[in-house]
Design a protein around this ligand. Sequence first.
Ligand SMILES: Nc1nc2c(ncn2[C@@H]2O[C@H](COP(=O)(O)OP(=O)(O)OP(=O)(O)O)[C@@H](O)[C@H]2O)c(=O)[nH]1
Ligand SMILES: [Mg+2]
Length: 247
Amino acid sequence: MSALAGIIPRQLVIANNEYLTLLVLVIGLALVVLALNVAVVSKKSSKKKNTVLITGLQFAGKTAIYYKIRNNKAVETVTSIKENEADVSIEEGKIIHLVDIPGHERLRFKFSEFMPIAGSVVFVIDSATIGRHTRQAAEYLYDILAHKISQKEKTPVLIACNKSDLLTAFKKDRIQTLLEGEMNKLRQTRTAALDTQDAEENETVFLGFEGQDFSFLDLENEVEFIECSVERDDIDAVREWVLAKTS
Ligand SMILES: Nc1nc2c(ncn2[C@@H]2O[C@H](COP(=O)(O)OP(=O)(O)OP(=O)(O)O)[C@@H](O)[C@H]2O)c(=O)[nH]1
Ligand SMILES: [Mg+2]
């Protein structure tokens, strides 16, 4: 070192040391930023896989199903004005992030905010009143299935035909036929609207195959129909579907 001191000017040695310190600091900072990024990304993606959106029209029984899955008990509910959210352990080692979106028409658009983290969607139907609300239900379902994220990621959708305990409840096959008929009509009006608007601004897509009647089977998203009843404590099939779609 003393030999070097003679050869390298002292100022240069000091400058080199400062440069080294600065370099170590910059690398350290970069590593911290990288670690933080990895943590945020992995948190987002783990939430993404685990988030289940409970959607559907008002009074369908979304909040009832939410509490049944969350606490395994039926609770008295009132119409929701805000989403309910919880991390629920429904099987050992498996935690799902449940989100119950209010069904009021001015609030249901909120589902869109959660689509980036949704791994699956449960669309709840009041099987006893669906005959009167087919159009509204189909409109909402269309918005979910045509959403750009659900299109891109082929988000699976469960149509939970709730309130099957009621005598007036429609069976799931009938509900499917009703919805397909209504989606068929909707598809035409929405596509007609597309022709008159700037396609770039409009996110609506054509669902299914042109020239053929609408069928859920034609979609790339997996759409399944299940009958259930919170009243009768019969939601195991919903729970199992949710579990199967959650990694
Ligand atoms: N008979 C019967 N009634 C049910 C069932 N599930 C829910 N309900 C009743 O239906 C009503 C509406 O249930 P909620 O869970 O509050 O409905 P929601 O879909 O959350 O409604 P919003 O929050 O207004 O969007 C309540 O009175 C529930 O007790 C069921 O399986 N059978
Ligand atoms: Mg509710």
